[in-house]
Design a protein around this ligand. Sequence first.
Ligand SMILES: *[C@@H]1O[C@H](CO)[C@@H](O)[C@H](O)[C@H]1NC(C)=O
Ligand SMILES: *[C@@H]1O[C@H](CO)[C@@H](O)[C@H](O)[C@H]1NC(C)=O
Ligand SMILES: *[C@@H]1O[C@H](CO)[C@@H](O)[C@H](O)[C@H]1NC(C)=O
Ligand SMILES: *[C@@H]1O[C@H](CO)[C@@H](O)[C@H](O)[C@H]1NC(C)=O
Length: 451
Amino acid sequence: MKMVRRGSMVPMLFAVLLLALKGAAFVAAEGEETCSGIVPMKRRSEVVSIADFGGVGDGQTVNTAAFERAVSRIEQRNVPGGTLLYIPGGVWLTGAFNLTSHMTLFLAKGAVIKATQDTSNWPLIDPLPSYGRGRELPGGRYMSLIHGNKLKDVIITGENGTIDGQGEKWWNIWRQKTLLFTRPGLLELMHSTDIIISNVVFQNSPFWNIHPVYCSNVVVRNVTVLAPYDSPNTDGVDPDSSSNVCIEDCYMSTGDDLVAVKSGWDEYGVAYGRPSSGITVRRITGSTPFAGFAVGSETSGGVENVLAENLNIFKSAIGIHIKTNTGRGGFIKNITVSGVTLDNVRKGLRITGKAGDHPDDRYDPNARPVVGGLTIKNVRGTVIQQPGTIEGIKNSPFTQICLSNVKLRVTGPKQMPWVCNDVSGGALEVQPSPCTELTSTNGMSFCTDAL
Ligand SMILES: *[C@@H]1O[C@H](CO)[C@@H](O)[C@H](O)[C@H]1NC(C)=O
Ligand SMILES: *[C@@H]1O[C@H](CO)[C@@H](O)[C@H](O)[C@H]1NC(C)=O
Ligand SMILES: *[C@@H]1O[C@H](CO)[C@@H](O)[C@H](O)[C@H]1NC(C)=O
Ligand SMILES: *[C@@H]1O[C@H](CO)[C@@H](O)[C@H](O)[C@H]1NC(C)=O
C-alpha cells in the first residue's frame, strides 16, 4: 500500500533532493576539516509523511501512536535504500517513541516535535549496564523522547526544525525532589552505528540532550542545542562508551556541559569495559554554567584518542574540564584540546581527580583512574578569574600534562593563581606562569612534539 499520494510526494522528494545537494555542497572554510566521510549522507528511496499515519500537527493532538505506526511501517517494509519520514511544519505533540534502522527523520521548516507535558505514564526502560542504575536515582529510567536501540543507518535532519522536550515540568519535579526515576533525555541511541544528526534544533530537554551510548560512527553537525542557563543537567552532547564520534559546527547554550565525553560509572563502567575512543569535537560555540568541553566525570570504561579544536566558549564557569574520581577506575589518555577562545569564563582549565558522585557504596575505593597524555594548546582567554587547577590523585598522579601557548588574561576582583598537585608534565609559553609542577619542558618530547 502506498502511504503517500503522488501529489504530496513529488514536491517532498524535490525538497529532499535539494537538501541532499546542499548537503553535498557543504564545505567548511577552505582547508578546514569536517566530519564528512565518517557517515555518508543518504537520499532515501521512499518518502512518507507523519500525516499519512494519522498524525496531526495542531499542537493539541498527541501523536505517539502515529509515530509508532510510521516507524513500525518503515521497519516492516524495509525498503532498500531506506525511508524518509517527513514531518511537515506544525507542532507535533508526542510521547516517547523509538526509531528504526535505515530511516531519516526529516523535520521540515517550522516543524516542532514536542514532548507531551503528561509525564505521569512516561515509559520506563532498563538502566544502562555501564551505569548499573539510573544516573539520578536507583532503578530504571524514563525513555528519551526519541529513542533507538541496535539501529544502523539513521539520519535525523531537516530544515532547522525543532525537537522540544518541554523540560520545565521535569526540572521542577527534580527541584522539588519528587522525581521517581532518572529524567528522560531528548535523543538517546544505544548500540547503534552510522548515525547523522544535523540541521535541527534541540531545545528544553528534561535531561541530557543527545546521548549516543555504545555507538560507533556518529556525526553531529550544524545542530543548535538550547536550554535555560539554570536548567538542571541539560548537557548538550554526551558521547558515552562510543567510538568514532564527530561533533562539529554547533551552537549550544545549556544548563550543563556543552559536550561531555563519558564511558560508564564506577564498578559498572569498569565491568562493562567499553571506552569512548576516536572522538572529534570542533567549531563549537556556546555558553554554560558548567564547562564548554568536558571529559567525565563518568569515565570508568576509559576515554582515549580525543581531539577537540576551535572551541569558542563565553560566559561560562569552566572552559575545559577533565574530571574523574577515585572509585571510577578506567583511564583518560591521549586527549588534545587545541584552539580555544574563552571570554568571560571563570576558570580556564580544570583537571581533577575529585569530581562526581558514586552510584552506591559498592564502588572500589582502590579503583584509581589512570590519567595521562593531556595536551592543551593554543588557548586565548579574556576576563578570566583563575587560569586553572590541575589536581591529580594521591598515589595515582596525573602524568604527561602539557600546556602550550596558553594565554589567559586574568582580571577582576576575584583573581586566583594556578593550583596544581599530584601532577607532572610541562608547560611552554603559558601566561600567567604555570605552577612549578609544570614549568619545564626539558626531556618532555610528548609536550614539545605537540606543537
Ligand atoms: C522502545 O525501545 C525500548 C528500549 O529499547 C523498549 O523497551 C520499548 O519496548 C520500545 N518501545 C516500543 C513501543 O517499541
Ligand atoms: C545548517 O542548518 C541550517 C538549518 O538548520 C541550514 O540552513 C544550513 O544550510 C546548514 N548549513 C550547512 C553547512 O549544512
Ligand atoms: C535555527 O534555529 C535556531 C533556534 O531558533 C536559530 O538560532 C538559528 O539561527 C536558526 N538557523 C537558521 C540557519 O535558520
Ligand atoms: C591520539 O589521538 C588522536 C586522535 O585525537 C589519534 O589520531 C592518534 O593516533 C592517537 N595517538 C595514539 C598514540 O593512539
